[in-house]
Design a protein around this ligand. Structure first.
Ligand code: PEP
Length: 251
């Protein structure tokens, strides 16, 4: 087992639908016995970041689901990294496949957002991953490498201590089709090799690479046994009581 701290993120996406449902999820997390060795971060919609920051216990921290490249200005609907930092929100998810696909964010734009977020003192959960067509064409490693390369170009070696890489195959996100532990392990090893080659072997061995895509209480333990799986980014199951089991996957 590596010395990298296990990391579990909950990406609530544009959920839950009501304040009451949100309170129920937080009560479950606050009252649960969570593995103290797991770093837990939840990413509710921006509207809920500040109230939840006051409410969450158990050492859980908050993440935004997105941030822009500017600090202030005429960018209707955007949220800036400096506003997040000012509000005491330590993390932001960038490059999620829903943002890449539905909102047409290129790898270069994700890289720019990552650079700016780090410049404002945020830590970044950086998502990468291939589509089903790309996997079937044998392009998984190539796609992940090119998504990472865009970020490698704009970061310095020391910046990588503020990054958690989330390998999230697009075909597994929200589909119920989880990657096998061998598929996840292989992609994580390849990702680590890219970091070793283009950043440094030291960063490659210390950077956390987490898996995301239909993780549940039923499949998390097997995935968590893999040497290079340092945790999970969880969508659907982060809204359910089973999120606790996923946080405790290594217990
Ligand atoms: C995600 O959105 O990051 C995700 C992994 O979703 P799900 O767990 O629902 O597949």
């Amino acid at each position: 087992m590596s010395t990298r701290q296990f990391f579990v993120g909950g990406n609530f996406k544009m959920n839950p639908g009501t304040t009451q449902q949100k309170a129920a999820i937080i009560d479950i997390l606050n009252n649960a016995k969570l593995d103290p060795t797991t770093e837990v971060v939840i990413a509710p919609p921006a509207l809920y970041l500040l109230p939840l920051k006051e409410k969450v216990k158990n050492g859980i921290s908050l993440s935004a689901q997105n941030s822009y490249v500017k600090s202030t200005g005429a960018f209707t609907g955007e949220i800036s990294p400096s506003q997040l930092a000012d509000a005491g929100i330590p993390w932001v998810i960038l490059g999620h496949s829903e943002r890449r696909t539905l909102f047409h964010e290129s790898s270069e734009f994700v890289a720019e957002k990552t650079r700016v977020a780090l410049d404002h003192g945020l830590k970044v959960i950086l998502c990468i991953g291939e589509t089903l067509d790309q996997r079937e064409a044998g392009e998984t490693a190539k796609v992940c490498e090119s998504q990472l390369q865009a970020v490698v170009k704009v970061l310095k070696e020391e910046d990588w201590s503020k990054i958690v890489i989330a390998y999230e195959p697009v075909w597994a996100i929200g589909t119920g089709k989880v990657a096998s532990s061998a598929q996840a392990q292989e992609a994580h090893v390849d990702t680590r090799a890219v970091i070793a080659k283009f950043v440094s072997p030291a960063v490659a061995s210390s950077v956390r690479i987490i898996y995301g895509g239909s993780v549940t209480a039923a499949n998390c333990r097997e995935l968590a046994t893999q040497q290079d799986v340092d945790g999970f980014l969880v969508g659907g199951a982060s809204l359910k009581p089973e999120f606790v089991d996923i946080i405790n996957a290594r217990q």
